[in-house]
Design a binder for this molecule. Structure first.
Ligand SMILES: C[S@@+](CC[C@H](N)C(=O)[O-])C[C@H]1O[C@@H](n2cnc3c(N)ncnc32)[C@H](O)[C@@H]1O
Length: 296
């Protein structure tokens, strides 16, 4: 599949993913990561006395940000399979994950596979210990999540899903007090609607993704832990805030083409306030850890 065959909403540039990476890594929940590490250690102990290489599958891996966060926080040798439909991003991942080692200095073996996620659910991952993804699920459909939960259930693996947007967006003033206007509410509602547009296989989950993940994995026999992991974009994150606001303006033009002047006024005002340090911006996400319940 080439870029031209994909919905423009499922194409991501490496500069954008690189720009967001520091904010993503700051936002992620350390306790869920630690709990995933403890679960993997227990699974390796249960497997017997031989050294075991942890098998990790990263869905919609892009250029490897999730591996760069997670692999150095997990102990033991690891084999990572990075799955994405974008060959250019996978090539970047191979370059930029070369020097990553585990928490205890063990090697990380990296395999990249250019594939759609639909193909990935169909093949499954029977050998996986952990399936992971970051910043992915708003793009997918409810049917995708059902297939994902089933594939994880069949494998008996754990799942750690970071940074699913939850729709909580807020501007705060310099004293940390929320600031809101009718234009903010109009923009945030229209953005939520835009996130649910079809990315190629039906209406996307958008901000419903955290709830749909929780419900599906619970129903498929997993114990769920969740954490709130927002981006907090202040003066140190202006380039990211500016790029995000530009993306929002484009999305709003698509979503409400009759309101371009209102959107541009709102965008200019809020961006100016961010740039002058009068406001900061919080963008809500959730991390979710799903651990298979032991058989009764
Ligand atoms: C927002 S990016 C996140 C990338 C990476 N996980 C990160 O945190 O930087 C979403 C990724 O999912 C991939 N993707 C989206 N839809 C896909 C599909 N149907 N099949 C395979 N990959 C997909 C995109 O190519 C992109 O790399």
């Amino acid at each position: 599949m080439t870029h031209a065959d994909r919905s423009p909403h499922a194409v991501f540039s490496d500069p954008w993913l690189s720009l967001r990476e520091p904010a993503d890594h700051r936002a992620r929940d350390a306790q869920l990561t630690h709990a995933a590490d403890r679960w993997l250690a227990q699974r390796h102990r249960d497997a017997g006395p031989f050294a075991h290489t942890g098998q990790v599958v990263d869905l919609g891996s892009g250029s490897g940000s999730n591996l760069r966060y997670l692999a150095p926080r997990l102990a033991g040798a690891q084999h990572w399979r990075l799955i994405d439909h974008d060959a250019d991003l996978l090539a970047q991942a191979r370059l930029r994950c070369e020097c990553v080692a585990s928490a205890d200095g063990q090697p990380i073996h990296l395999e990249t596979r250019q594939s759609t996620l639909a193909e990935a659910w169909n093949r499954g991952w029977p050998e996986a210990d952990l399936v992971t993804a970051s910043a992915l699920f708003d793009l997918l459909t409810a049917a995708d999540i059902e297939h994902l939960a089933k594939a994880c259930q069949r494998a008996g693996c754990a799942a750690l899903f970071a940074l699913s947007v939850d729709g909580h967006i807020r501007f705060d003033d310099a004293g940390g007090r929320p600031v809101t206007s009718d234009d903010d509410q109009f923009a945030f509602h229209a953005l939520a609607d835009h996130q649910q547009c079809d990315k190629g296989s039906g209406p996307a989950l958008g901000t419903r993704a955290p709830a749909v993940l929780r419900e599906n994995f619970h129903r498929h026999g997993f114990r769920i832990r969740e954490a709130i992991t927002p981006w907090r974009l202040g003066p140190e994150s202006l380039p990211l805030a500016e790029a995000l606001m530009a993306g929002w303006r484009n999305a709003l033009h698509e979503q409400v083409p009759t309101q371009v002047a209102r959107i541009d006024r709102w965008h200019e005002q809020r961006l100016g306030e961010l740039m002058r340090g009068q406001l900061s911006l919080t963008v809500g996400h959730r991390d979710l850890l799903a651990i298979p319940e032991p058989p009764r």
